[in-house]
Write a protein that binds this ligand. Sequence first.
Ligand code: TRP
Length: 343
Amino acid sequence: MKSLLGDLEGFIIFMETVVSGIRPTGSLHLGNYFGALRNFINMQNEQNCFFFIADYHSLTTHPTPIDLYGNVRQILVEYLAAGIDPEKATIYVQSDVPEVAELYLYLNMNAYIGELERCTSFKDKIRQQPQNVNAGLLTYPTLMAADILIHHATKVPVGKDQEQHLEITRTFGNRFNRMYNVDYFPEPKAFNFGQELIKIPGLNGSGKMGKSEGEGNAIYLADEPEAIRKKVMKAVTDAGPTVPNQPKSEPIQNIFQLMKVVSTNETLSFFEEQYNSCQIRYGDMKKQLAEDMILFTAPFRERIIAISSDEAYLSKVARMGKEKAQESAAKCIQEVREIIGFR
Ligand code: TRP
């Protein structure tokens, strides 16, 4: 009995709280899947995970109500289709938990204009949208800090570009602790998935797969087979190897890298040999790659279609997520109110 309890305690201590937000900006591609989603799915089994759709954040760009709703819904559908399990992880819509907005207000009282203005993401936005430099953009890091601190998260799985936001989150949490002389908010750390992180290149010869990298660069989980064939057949290649074992150019490395993640080892080594012996026909390789991508994405696409038409299931998931997230958020807000001195 004693040892069983010991094990249980060990297990509870080992469970860390994970928070990650996803901006609702449209459909998911293979880069999103291999870069982030696959890791979320692994994490949900071992940690206390909160994955939310950052719809408050998206208001900085003034979406229409229809676009906002459609994008939030699409992300929810695709996350579920990709394998995030609402029974394991808490998946919720940010605006369903207005406690976040309340914490954001409190944190803003101790967020200084100077430090917010120095934030790289804010400086980038000023450059990108000089006609719309709103206060929401300036305080984006405060809202992100509220997202994370509200659940007392310690691990935040994000890319390198979010490192500075996490630094600010720690600053704000520590500042609150110091100001009220409490040991309340823990320090969240960026969580990188170790060696598992692989770069998924796009189809236009250079750089990573992405929505903003141009038409035809990305393969979406929801793509129809014909769309995949078209995009892959148009992928950039080169003139072909002229000497055995010739080093590969970037576009060719990219095609091999994509094949590595969706095709079998046999297929990959077959084309490696063809390349190394200068017999390769890129057209054949791309045909094979397209078919393997279709096979890989087919189950996702089927689930996307099925879940998307299941309004009852979607609202149930959203309701469940809202309840679980609110339980954790309401507890925090109640404690924060007391600490601040609202009685
Ligand atoms: N800023 C993140 C991004 O652009 C999205 C985000 C908002 C987030 N709130 C968060 C990520 C909280 C992790 C935790 O990708």
